[in-house]
Ligand binder design. Structure first.
Ligand code: HDE
Length: 695
């Protein structure tokens, strides 16, 4: 006999989904909706398929089984070609300074107005299931549901892009993605095809050096900047245009990890950034960014020593200051990953009246690509009807039918002009979108690039020279690591030639680390200009000394002193940090006989995941932990990553003294709580050359 599953057993209860508005029944005193098929037919048995006898074949007639399996078979949709791995959140934008002088877009003119939005932050190269912490650019896409229609500001965490013309995008992406014959590496630029392509395309040099910098290794998604990159236009009531570049400035400041931390984090927690976003929103620590604009006229742009329509060029903040006009707050994690984060469809072509495009040839290509890609990814031109994509203002048009049409239009009229149905929508000269009336008389058709686009080295040079010494060392080491993974000698050599144009010292450091000779530099297509350095381009230099948004780990074990733990917990929390308790197990009995729940086991939570560490353990436990390699790595890495460490006597005697750790000002006994808190707000970068052979 077939064993029947007991439906009253809570272990066998299914989760209910929204939309299952069917009948309900009482279960253990609670109203539970009845499980039904898609047609609303109640399901009597969700555990066994319909068979002939208990050991006989399954019947084709079993529509419950067929519908369930059929839907499951089609659960996956194609992942995004780029930016497949992403995390998102709902929130709002609030304007603090009106830009009414420059634009008619309500979102930028009505001070105090809150506009709902959805923001998705992504890596670029890796697949949907790849790790959160590769060396990569981060996508920064915001969908504002404005009352004049959706505005998608689809940017990155770096202010420039790899290429100048949309024509090169498929080549760039093919070069960085896993090599097509072998299917690896995943989520990595450290391979021959990427460096082959970029070394043959000098226009990529600027974005490549940002990719080699600490900006490509964010500590948290809450600590990255965002940039619209391209110049856009703001259009005011008189139809006057002002160019604008959009910036997102994280309220927590910019912070990155070291490469070694990123590598270790990716093994310990591939979802490090997604988890951090989820946890911070759930504890009410809402990520915030200020929106900044760089505004400039056509005449001012003509004076720049570069062309602002070239997306490989940033506009230094010293040249055009960033004016802060409002704030974005992310205060709600999505309810369902697929329905929201996966199905959200951003298109740079989505703009409200008052904002317009520039002629940046990269942006122009994007205006086609995003709409096009949603058709293959989401399967229908009706993707705008999916709740996460639908505008929150009224919308109506004559577009009809198509796959998965959700609307039921009620009129005999589906065309315009018409005179049969006065309730149907009509165009509005007054409210409608007007493209900027730009005069373009001198256009000669051809495949040409503007002469001013030819300078590929001045800005990467400015970027490198603007960095602090530890950052320059990280950049040199990153080039050495990545080129060290390139097997083709002439590709490595070609890259070293480019580096000579960027900075001779950088080139020499990388060549030395690779054990290679420096080649002659290639001919530069335009003279290399000396640009003033810009502190705004630093990462370490701009990381605020604070515990806000950071996380401290306290290592405890059976017998640890509760009073000490609480003292450190409180001090960290008072400064805005969150605390995780790490222990050999998931529970431990403390000195006062009470039990503590740990957040993680020490074997599963390397110190790379935290900003500073504290150890409060008793001698017997310290002796035991001194034989555990993950505990030893915990301390060695905290030291190697230049972090503050607070230790108790037993930790010092049985662990620290056995490790290659040289005591310094950032390694303090438990009694020096204030010093620890001060140190934990930053890193002791001077320690780094002692622990790592930087290029
Ligand atoms: Fe994208 N890009 N891109 N891109 N991009 C996509 O659209 C494309 C570019 C960016 O969270 C795709 O919906 C072309 C610059 C972000 O869903 C695709 C070109 C910048 C996201 C596409 C560029 C970006 C994408 C893949 C050169 C920074 C993720 C899936 C002309 C300003 C959005 C999709 C999200 C996604 C095409 C260049 C940022 C294929 C052709 C420059 C943040 O349409």
């Amino acid at each position: 006999m077939k064993k029947k599953i007991d439906h009253t057993d809570p272990a066998n209860k299914m989760n209910t989904t929204q939309g299952n508005g069917g009948e309900t029944h009482q279960d253990a005193g609670q109203e539970v909706p009845t499980l039904t098929t898609q047609q609303g037919v109640a399901i009597a048995d969700n555990q066994n398929s319909l068979t002939v006898g208990s050991r006989g074949p399954t019947l084709l007639e079993d529509f419950v089984l067929r519908e369930k399996i059929n839907h499951f078979d089609h659960e996956r949709i194609p992942e995004r070609i780029v930016h497949a791995r992403g995390s998102a959140a709902h929130g709002y934008f609030e304007l603090s300074e009106s830009l009414a002088e420059y634009t008619t877009a309500n979102i930028l003119t009505e001070v105090g107005k809150q506009t709902p939005l959805f923001t998705r932050i992504s890596t670029v190269a890796g697949s949907k299931g790849s790790k959160d912490t590769p060396r990569d650019v981060r996508g920064f896409a915001v969908k504002f549901y404005t009352d004049q229609g959706n505005w998608d500001l689809v940017g990155n965490n770096m202010p420039i892009f790899f290429i100048q013309d949309a024509m090169k995008f498929p080549d760039l992406v093919h070069a960085v993605k896993p090599e097509p014959d072998r299917g690896y590496p995943q989520a990595a630029s450290a391979h021959d095809t990427f460096w082959d392509f970029v070394s043959l395309s000098p226009e990529t040099m600027h974005n490549v050096i940002w990719l080699m910098s600490d900006r490509a290794l964010p500590r948290s998604l809450r600590m990255i900047e965002g940039f619209g990159i391209h110049s856009y236009r703001l259009i005011n009531k008189e139809g006057k245009s002002t160019f604008v570049r959009f910036h997102w400035k994280p309220v927590l400041g910019v912070q990155s990890t070291t490469w070694d931390e990123a590598v270790k984090i990716s093994g310990a927690d591939p979802d490090y950034h997604r988890r951090d976003l989820f946890e911070s929103i759930n504890r009410g620590d809402f990520p915030e960014w200020e929106l900044g604009v760089q505004l400039f006229s056509e005449q001012e742009a003509a004076q720049f020593p570069f062309d602002h329509l070239d997306a490989t060029k940033l506009i230094p903040e010293e040249l055009v200051p960033v004016k802060i006009v409002g704030k974005m707050v992310l205060n709600r994690y999505p309810d369902n990953f697929f329905a929201e984060t996966e199905q959200v469809a951003f298109c740079p072509s989505h703009l409200p009246p008052g904002i317009d495009f520039s002629n940046d040839p990269l942006l122009q290509g994007r205006l086609f690509s995003y709409l096009d890609t949603q058709l293959s990814r989401l399967g229908s031109p009706n993707f705008a009807q999916i709740p996460i994509n639908a505008p929150k203002c009224p919308f109506a048009n004559m577009q009809r039918d198509g796959h998965m049409q959700m609307q039921v239009p009620k009129s005999r009229v589906a065309y315009e002009p018409q005179s049969l149905d006065p309730s149907m929508p009509r165009e509005s000269e007054k409210r409608g979108f007007h493209s900027y009336s730009e005069s373009l008389d001198d256009g000669v058709k051809g495949r040409v690039r503007a002469d001013k686009f030819a300078d590929h080295y001045s800005q990467p040079r400015m970027f490198y020279q603007s960095q602090t010494a530890p950052e320059q060392a990280h950049i040199a080491s990153a080039y050495a690591f990545e080129l060290g993974k390139v097997d083709t000698a002439h590709v490595r050599t070609r890259m070293l030639g480019h580096l000579r144009h960027i900075d001779e010292d950088l080139a020499a450091r990388v060549a030395d680390a690779l054990g290679m000779e420096l080649p002659e530099p290639p001919t530069a297509a335009a003279p290399i200009q000396e640009m003033p350095t810009s502190d705004a381009l630093q990462t370490i230099g701009r990381t605020p000394h604070t515990l806000k948004g950071r996380q401290i780990a306290i290592l405890v074990a059976p017998g640890s002193k509760r009073s000490e733990i609480e003292k450190y917990q409180q001090a960290a929390k008072d400064q805005g940090a969150s605390v995780k308790i790490i222990a050999p197990g998931r529970e431990a009995v403390l000195d006062d006989g009470t039990r503590i729940q740990s957040d993680e086991r020490v074997a599963g939570a390397p110190s790379a995941m935290f900003d500073a560490v504290v150890s409060i353990i008793m001698p017997e436990q310290a002796k035991k932990l001194a034989k555990d390699s993950s505990t030893l790595d915990w301390f060695t890495d905290a030291y190697g990553h230049c972090k503050a460490i607070a230790y108790c006597g037993a930790t010092d005697q049985y662990i620290l003294s056995k490790l290659p750790i040289e005591k310094d000002a950032f390694i303090t006994p438990l009694t020096e709580l204030d010093n620890f808190i001060k140190n934990a707000k930053t890193r002791l970068w001077q320690r780094e050359p002692k622990v790592r052979d930087l290029a």
